[in-house]
Design a protein around this ligand. Sequence first.
Ligand SMILES: NC(=O)C1=CN([C@@H]2O[C@H](COP(=O)(O)OP(=O)(O)OC[C@H]3O[C@@H](n4cnc5c(N)ncnc54)[C@H](OP(=O)(O)O)[C@@H]3O)[C@@H](O)[C@H]2O)C=CC1
Ligand SMILES: CCCCCCCCCCCCCCCC(=O)[C@@H](N)CO
Length: 302
Amino acid sequence: MSTLEERLLVTGGSSGIGKSIAIECFKQGAFITIIARNENRLMKAKQEIEKFSVNDKQVVHTVSVDVSKDCTYVEKVLKQAQEKLGPVDMLVNCAGTSVNAKFEELDAGRFEQLMAVNYLGSVYPTRAVITTMKERRLGRIVFVSSQAGQVGLFGYTAYSATKFALRGLAEALQMEVKPYNIYITVAYPPDTDTPGFQEETRHKLLETKMISEASSICQPDHVARIIVKDATQGKFSSAIGVDGHLLAILTSGMSPAFSIADAFAGIICMGLFRFIGLYFLTSFNSIVLRCMVQKEKSGKKD
Ligand SMILES: NC(=O)C1=CN([C@@H]2O[C@H](COP(=O)(O)OP(=O)(O)OC[C@H]3O[C@@H](n4cnc5c(N)ncnc54)[C@H](OP(=O)(O)O)[C@@H]3O)[C@@H](O)[C@H]2O)C=CC1
Ligand SMILES: CCCCCCCCCCCCCCCC(=O)[C@@H](N)CO
């Protein structure tokens, strides 16, 4: 890592993808503060990450806070964290959670909770760092979305919406902060083998399971390596795997292009990828229909 990303804040840094991002950056000499709610898990993660230190000045700070509640408080504690750590070069918004269930089985509270954690829980930490980044004319902000933030899928009505929201936020913010040399990255990981994913899998709908097989299951350290590399380079979209890159081009819309070569690749491939996308969509719809027929045959209530 260059000298740029010396100081990092990683929300959700006590588990899964966030912890792997912290480890990846720590290995490259960064100073890191990890943020999550549960103090025990934070302490355990701190010890695990510190094993990868490359110089004896490196320590991992921890902050226990719920990023989804009380904006003023989140901003206050993260500003305090910056006094300890120094001005932040890169903020990684990775705290998040998912729920997989049919729309009518989710009560309204779940929609609110998910939007609070996944969306507002990225807005509040960003508010805590943006002014200093603008003053310093330097910074990177990462939003961890999902492939389910590029395409709405069966069982993810509440979840997908929160991940799509991050993209809107990121595009608008990028336009505002580009003149200040601040670069935004939206990461779209596929299913990744983390504690959060294992929890989600225990209650996963058959339709979602079958549809998700179209994409790979990744290891968190692999996902982290790609996100850190893309963010360091200042890429707006960070995709993983062949399907991830296909989806990124197909759903690129008005997102910034990383390079002229990237822009041309998109322009040339778009038509073909739309065709492939529609093929997948047709197969997903047929999975949904087959599952419904099967349930009706076996007399199960929907
Ligand atoms: N795993 C996957 O398949 C994929 C995951 N993603 C996204 O990546 C991110 C990380 O996922 P994953 O690694 O699986 O998750 P994990 O459940 O393994 O870890 C989630 C982390 O976020 C923290 N966290 C959760 N809620 C809050 C909160 N309200 N305030 C502060 N910290 C919080 C957790 O700590 P604590 O509970 O102690 O607060 C933990 O550190 C999420 O945004 C997820 O949506 C995207 C695509 C695929
Ligand atoms: C044109 C090309 C089409 C390519 C195929 C598209 C495949 C879509 C499959 C998406 C799988 C869902 C990932 C959700 C991950 C996630 O966020 C949760 N696991 C969180 O816990």
